[in-house]
Each structure stands twice: as C-alpha cells, then as structure tokens.
Ligand binder design. Sequence first.
Ligand SMILES: N[C@@H](CCC(=O)N[C@@H](CS)C(=O)NCC(=O)O)C(=O)O
Length: 275
Amino acid sequence: MSNEKIHFLDVASSLPGYRQSWSPNTLKTRLLLNAKQIPYTEQFISYPNIAPLLESYGVGPNPKGTPYTLPAIYHDSVPGMMMGSIEIARHLDALYPDAPVQAFPEPKDQSEALWTESQKTLNSLVFPDDSGFEALVFPKIPGILDPRGQDYFIRTRTEEHPERLSPLQWGSGPEEDFPAIVPAFNAYNEYLVRKRDQAAREGREGPFLWGETVSMGDIWLVSCLVWLRSAGEEWLDRLLAGEAVGMVRGVWEAFESRGWLTGQGEGRILEVSTV
Ligand SMILES: N[C@@H](CCC(=O)N[C@@H](CS)C(=O)NCC(=O)O)C(=O)O
C-alpha cells in the first residue's frame, strides 16, 4: 500500500459516521489530525485484531499495560507503524511544523510541562479510582462496539478487574453515577479559569489552557467529552449545561465551531502484513 498520506488506525464501533470514533485515546490523534488540517486515510480495527495487525508491522509491545494499543499511524516518515498517542502527536508536530495547530506549541518545554500538569489534574479529578466517570461510562461501551469487540472488551476488562465483575455491572446506575462526575468537571473548570487568567495577563487571551493557543491538554479534555457523548449523549448535554463548567463548555465549543469534531479520513484497508 502506498502511504503518502498518514494512515490512522482507530478502534471500531457500531456508531454511525464520524461518531464511530469513540475512544478517548484514539480521539487524541484524530482531533489533532483534524486541527492540523492534514489529509489522512483511516481504518477502524476491531479490538481482537489490534495486536495481530500491529505486531505484523514490527511494532514493539508497550513496556507496561496492554501490549498493543491504538491509536497507531502508518507512514513513510515513521517509517512503518507507530503506536502511542503522545509519541504520534510529537511526530506529527515535527513533520508538519507549519500546521495551524501544534499539540506541543513553542516553547516546547512549557507546553510539555502544561500537558503534564493538565493531564494529571484532569485524570486525578475525573478518573480517581474505580468510581465516577468509568463507573458511568464502562457499562455502556460493550453496547457501542462491534460484536467481536464487545466479547473482547467484556472478557479483558473483567480479567483486569476481577473484583468488579463484568464492566456491564460496574457502577450503581446512571442516576447515581452521573451526579458524581459533576464536581470533578467543576473542579477542572476552576483549574482552567486559573490557566486562562494567567494567559490573559500575559496577553494571550482565549478559550484554551494556554489562552488563544490550543494544545494537548485541551485535546485530552475534548477526547474525554466525546467518550462521554459516545456512551450517552444526554450525559454530555447535561454536563455542559452546568453553570460551573462554562470554561469547559468554551473549549468544547471552540473545537466544535472549528469543525475539529467531525473530521474524517478517507477509508483505506491495511491488511495484516505477511512479509
Ligand atoms: N497511552 C496509550 C493508551 C492507548 C490505549 O489504551 N488504547 C486502547 C483503546 S481504548 C486500546 O487500544 N486497547 C487495546 C486492548 O484493550 O486490547 C495512548 O494514549 O496511546
């Protein structure tokens, strides 16, 4: 296969059109490709096919956690296949230095530090342990996957968390679990207010963590919000209607109004390599 365009590998689901993309991990790459306005090709892979495909292209396993994961890209510039959303983001920044958006804008040391800080802040608030967001969202994921992905997801997540049984049984039900995520996003909103105020004092007023300039932390926030919408659209609507999340809503609307949420690549199939 000629790979003059970035070929982007995403996790399959049964959702329609651009909504098919649901994973917060792969969305980091998709949103960045869209924001950079890079033409790309795409392929949705069912969970059980991820490892055989990546392995056949010589990708080494992750040192920790699940050995083979998406997102991945395939391109001459790698060369071959690259896995890992942050590695891919740094690679795309270097490959397209003149793109309108950088995941890690200059000065890099500062944008890398902002990413580390904002990711830690969001993750500790929204994904504190086995409660909150994951309790709300995980029971809904099997229902949006393709049938083979569904079986794989239920089996592997049950094995990873034997104390919690099947992910279908996580949580206490949306009416209890949804209100539990609201304070987490309210607290992230306060963090965002502080970061935006700081940027405004430095003359860089705008909706993002770094004021007018979008960066990786904003992409991560919106990826998590799309994940929430994939599991239950009404939850995202309810969350963003909250009075105390005005800045979070501002980031979402900035992505939406720029068309970054709906961008898709041209479909293309990369088979398991037999070379
Ligand atoms: N830190 C990694 C995490 C990637 C990740 O966990 N991806 C999931 C997609 S939701 C995956 O591919 N899992 C494969 C599996 O569960 O077998 C990144 O950001 O690239």
